[in-house]
Design a protein around this ligand. Structure first.
Ligand SMILES: Nc1ncnc2c1ncn2[C@@H]1O[C@H](COP(=O)(O)OP(=O)(O)O)[C@@H](O)[C@H]1O
Ligand SMILES: [Mg+2]
Length: 265
């Protein structure tokens, strides 16, 4: 019997993998969004999913979150099969998904509220994470009073406050200006260093992926598959302004661009 390529590339789960995606296929009617995808996310690391729009990044994230059922295959989180959403995973949505009628405090505490945590306890936890993302003093503000960057921080604080092992982030920085994005990247990298969590981060920016990631999974579309796994070394410990002139960094960015360019309109 001839084994398909992904079968051979598949590495067995190790204790260090927080999330394992095993031979996932997802069809929307006739559209095969993901085909036989296998991928591991090491614990404590940041893995970026990088690929052109429409290649199934959001679909994969939702399947890991348990918000969407795969057509076939399975996802393991800490060795257990995902059957739905769970407290071990938190989702940071592209559009922030804040409650417009609720204060920053209520929005941040909302994930805990859903889990039945008592008000005083959830507000104490929320307060800590509001400060952690630099929003101290804005507890009583409403989403419409905040900038896009600040709203994104609220979404991040909410995801952190439920203390999930796995943070699923769908292009969290795509709606903010360049300056804010850089500040976010710094914040994110601080979180990766200080919190022993597993970050699964979707971006379509090659530069961003190479800068922030421990591991990059490059996805190619139609149907989506993993074409390459790259482990950039140490760029995020360097100054972000110097990195743009670092020949090693530019080489990796160039290589990735060559493998993706024919898929980008
Ligand atoms: N609810 C849906 N119904 C039908 N097709 C969908 C649905 N969601 C996504 N798709 C299709 O699946 C493919 C992958 O989409 P998506 O996961 O959103 O990609 P990405 O996040 O990488 O842009 C695309 O071709 C998209 O049009
Ligand atoms: Mg998407």
């Amino acid at each position: 019997m001839v084994m398909p390529q992904t079968e051979r590339a598949f590495t067995p789960d190790t204790v260090d993998d927080a999330v394992t995606v095993k031979r996932i296929t997802k069809s929307y009617g006739a559209v095969e969004a993901l085909k036989n995808m296998t991928l591991s996310f090491p614990r404590g690391e940041l893995t970026s999913l990088l690929g052109p729009s429409g290649c199934g990044k959001t679909t994969l994230l939702k399947i890991i979150a348990g918000l969407l059922e795969p057509t076939s295959g399975e996802v393991l989180v800490n060795g257990r099969a995902v059957t739905g959403p769970g407290p071990d995973r938190a989702f940071v949505f592209q559009d922030f998904a804040l409650l417009p009628w609720a204060s920053v405090m209520r929005n941040v505490a909302f994930g805990l509220e859903l889990r039945g945590v008592a008000q005083s306890e959830r507000e104490a936890i929320a307060e800590k994470y509001i400060a952690h993302v630099g929003l101290k003093g804005f507890e009583r503000a409403y989403p419409h009073e905040l900038s896009g960057g600040m709203r994104q921080r609220v979404g991040l604080a909410r995801a952190l406050s439920v203390d999930a092992d796995v943070l699923l982030m769908d292009e969290p920085f795509s709606a903010v200006d360049e300056q804010t994005r850089r500040k976010f990247q710094e914040d994110l990298l601080n979180l990766v260093k200080t919190e022993n969590k597993t970050f699964i981060f979707v971006t379509h920016s090659i530069e961003e992926a190479v800068y922030v990631s421990d591991q990059i999974a490059i996805l190619l579309p139609r149907p989506s598959r993993v074409s390459q796994i790259i482990r950039p070394q140490g760029f995020r410990d360097k100054d972000v302004d110097n990195i743009r002139r670092d020949p090693e960094y530019l080489d990796i960015v160039d290589d990735i661009w060559s493998s993706l360019r024919s898929y980008v309109e």
